[in-house]
Design a protein around this ligand. Structure first.
Ligand code: NAG
Ligand code: NAG
Ligand code: NAG
Length: 289
């Protein structure tokens, strides 16, 4: 009887020590990266190694992102959820994923989520990159994802349907360095919407419906892309402070008229020359006397 029990235990132990559930999973593991793209998955797979650092789940059929099993992967730094059908994210789900720096949610149905629930997805404590492009987000919806992302440096909201940038939109993302708003329908930017983004270097507002930039005062900005808008006026605030802008692009559609190159310098701009591409000569930009 004793012998039988011992034997039984030994068999069980042997089984546990060699069983690796991820060997049955649909994902290919290479080091601590899980390649799960394009596998027809409806849910985040359960049986990946707990130390998985990169989880690539694009081009599946995920709809609902719930904390189980996702928060089980606490070592994950990089989470690619692009090109799914995600329309629900459990609030607070990213709070416990302390290592998570890169989140790609491009090409999902996040507009549905924002429509259903007004509480927000909760904090993104360590996220540095967030891609929310191509989600049919309208004005007031992006706020839902950006309430508390203190370390976020790179944000894409391109390819959405945002008409208005509210003063509150970027209050929860004070560390932004690069902001991509390309290809929306922005007509209106509330005063002060970008002013507290003191680290912002690159702002892409191309392919929108902006006609007028008044009192431009983003002194830390290095590149500003306003091409493919209908800019008629652009002027800066009067101040002695330097601008850091080295590139500003105001080009319209190439076919609409000939492109005039203006070579001007911003007031007190000491580093070099700024090139402005225009289709109409219409800009007051504080030319140096
Ligand atoms: C996602 O959640 C919705 C609403 O709770 C539910 O109707 C739907 O079946 C869920 N989808 C999946 C794939 O679990
Ligand atoms: C996010 O995923 C989309 C679609 O797969 C891809 O085009 C995009 O480059 C990704 N974003 C980043 C920041 O890598
Ligand atoms: C939004 O989600 C929270 C947390 O899950 C829930 O308590 C709240 O009732 C939801 N609100 C709506 C309008 O569905």
């Amino acid at each position: 009887m004793r012998l039988y029990l011992l034997l039984f235990l030994a068999v069980v132990n042997g089984g546990i020590s060699t069983y690796r559930p991820w060997e049955d999973s649909p994902c290919q593991m290479v080091n601590m990266e899980a390649f799960c793209q394009n596998k027809g998955l409806h849910q985040v797979p359960w049986a990946l190694p707990p130390k998985t650092e990169r989880l690539y789940l694009s081009k599946n059929q995920l709809q609902n992102l719930t904390s189980i099993p996702l928060t089980y992967y606490t070592m994950t730094k990089d989470l690619d959820l692009s090109s799914n059908q995600i329309s629900f994210i459990q609030p607070g789900i990213f709070r416990d994923m302390k290592k998570l720096q890169f989140i790609n949610l491009s090409e999902n149905f996040l507009d549905r989520l924002a429509r259903l629930n007004d509480t927000g997805i909760g904090p993104l404590p360590n996220a540095k990159f967030l891609d929310l492009s191509s989600n049919s987000l309208q004005s007031g919806m992006a706020e839902y994802f950006l309430q508390d992302a203190p370390l976020l440096e790179h944000l894409s909201l391109s390819g959405n349907s945002i008409m208005m940038i509210s003063q509150k939109l970027f209050l929860g993302t004070p560390a932004l360095v690069q902001l991509d708003l390309h290809n929306n329908v922005i007509m209106d930017i509330e005063e002060g919407a970008f002013e507290h983004l003191t680290q912002l270097l690159n702002l892409d507002l191309s392919m929108n419906s902006i006609t007028c930039i008044s009192d431009f005062s983003l002194r830390t900005l290095q590149t500003l892309d306003l091409s493919q808008n209908s800019i008629e006026t652009f002027h800066t605030t009067e101040s002695k402070d330097e601008f850091k802008l080295s590139q500003i692009d105001l080009m319209f559609h190439q076919q609409s008229s000939t492109i005039v190159w203006l070579r001007c310098q911003l007031r007190d701009y000491s580093v070099g020359t700024m090139y402005i591409y225009l289709t109409k000569v219409l800009v007051y930009i504080g030319l140096q006397e």
